[in-house]
Design a protein around this ligand. Structure first.
Ligand code: AMP
Ligand code: ZN
Length: 147
């Protein structure tokens, strides 16, 4: 185990060294309640194997995390907790709001008037030109070849 893993709170949860309110577990992932929920039932899904960010996560495990997220979203809607909708949220990188550097997918139950909102920057709403979109799409397509 690396020093990074030793000091990682989510690795400690996987190892059973920190308590968690677990809702699902298998050999690849574990899902547990967020201790500072946006709304009751707010769940986090993590890979059991430490990966600090998406670039270092096995895409197969990423798929598994999303698959479990789909099921937990459905479960929340029939759990009896207030859940008329769901937001899936993943902060990848500190600049994106990631505080715990072990990949985790937030499953946030939503209901009307819950007060949760995402704030966008002043550039939001601007429609980029077709050529800007084409250039950006080409850059991403090209980069995908080396991922
Ligand atoms: P993020 O900002 O996306 O990195 O979110 C980290 C989340 O982990 C926050 O919503 C925290 O409330 C949550 N969190 C931190 N420590 C624990 C813990 N020991 N058990 C459950 N959730 C935690
Ligand atoms: Zn970790």
């Amino acid at each position: 185990m690396t020093q990074e893993e030793k000091s990682c709170i989510f690795c400690k949860i996987v190892a059973g060294k920190l308590p968690s309110y677990t809702v699902y577990e298998d050999n690849q992932v574990v899902a547990f309640l967020d201790i500072k929920p946006i709304n009751p039932g707010h769940t986090l899904i993590i890979p059991k194997e430490h990966a600090p960010n998406l670039a270092e996560l096995d895409p197969e495990i990423g798929g598994k995390i999303f698959k479990v997220g789909v099921k937990i979203s459905a479960a929340l809607r029939r759990s009896g907790l207030r859940c008329d909708g769901v937001n899936l949220w993943l902060a990848d990188g500190k600049v994106a709001g990631q505080e715990v550097l072990h990949v985790h997918l937030h499953i946030v139950p939503r209901f009307r008037g819950d007060g949760f909102r995402i704030q966008v920057g002043p550039e939001y709403g601007r429609s980029p030109t077709g050529s800007e979109l084409a250039t950006n799409a080409a850059s991403i397509s090209q980069a995908l070849k080396s991922v």
